[in-house]
Design a binder for this molecule. Structure first.
Ligand SMILES: C[S@@+](CC[C@H](N)C(=O)[O-])C[C@H]1O[C@@H](n2cnc3c(N)ncnc32)[C@H](O)[C@@H]1O
Length: 223
């Protein structure tokens, strides 16, 4: 990993606590539109017993949510923030969680049937590299979300108080995204998910004057 992509754990305790969800709070995730769509995409594209990697897993919300719905999988969760991985291991001791950066994944190519990442690629120092890493370790399906800037505006990095930088894709980021996904089939792309009610957004995002959420589900084409 070079100095530009050096991943930092989240140090802001308010942000860390926000993502340390109890099992009861996990039950409420269907009220969040992004969770609603993304968790259903996973359930649909994960044949029973498949392996899934959750990048930026925080305290294991996805595992808990799918487990309650009876989805059977071999789950691995990674997150760069040690406190969140500690909380995940404490809550779900039988599950595989580890501290790792999305920018330098300690896994072989094509190690997981499905790679999932919600709310994470665009808060890493280098979303493009994180996407390439996610594609590298995925055998078949990638389900991720990104955020876009206003049409015509350039790529932008907005510094937030509690979660570091948030990267909004402009024309450059979108053409890099297109190149990265050139060997893939886009199964689903949902725009604007989660942003119907701006005042329900996390305060870190409310200060951005425009923000569009993009949820992507792609299959790697096998020759
Ligand atoms: C906005 S939270 C999303 C958490 C969870 N996926 C969700 O949607 O509720 C972003 C998560 O990404 C983690 N994170 C930030 N940079 C990362 C990186 N380079 N590698 C892995 N995880 C990272 C943070 O620690 C945090 O848990």
């Amino acid at each position: 990993m070079n100095s530009q992509t050096q991943a930092k754990p989240w140090a802001n305790q308010k942000a860390v606590r926000h993502y340390d969800l109890t099992p009861d709070q996990v039950q409420q995730l269907d009220n969040d539109q992004t969770w609603f769509f993304m968790s259903r995409l996973v359930a649909r594209h994960l044949p029973p017993g498949s392996s899934l990697l959750d990048l930026g897993c925080a305290a294991g919300s996805l595992h808990s949510l799918l487990n309650k719905r009876g989805v059977k999988m071999q789950y691995t969760g990674v997150d760069v923030t040690p406190e969140l991985i500690q909380a995940a291991k404490h809550r779900y001791p039988e599950i595989n969680f580890q501290v790792a950066s999305a920018l330098e994944l300690p896994f072989e190519d094509a190690s997981f049937d499905v790679v999932f990442s919600k709310g994470t690629l665009f808060v890493t120092q280098d979303p493009h590299e994180a996407l390439l890493q996610a594609l590298r370790v995925a055998k078949r399906t990638l389900i991720v979300d990104l955020v876009l800037n206003k049409p015509g505006e350039p790529d932008q990095t907005v510094t937030t108080e509690d979660r570091g930088s948030v990267h909004l894709l402009g024309p450059q980021g979108l053409s890099e995204l297109g190149r990265a996904l050139s060997g893939c089939r886009v199964v689903s792309n949902l725009l604007n998910v989660g942003l119907t009610h701006r005042d329900q957004l996390h305060p870190a995002y409310q200060k951005m004057n425009y923000l569009k959420h993009l949820v992507l589900c792609v299959h790697k084409e096998t020759k």
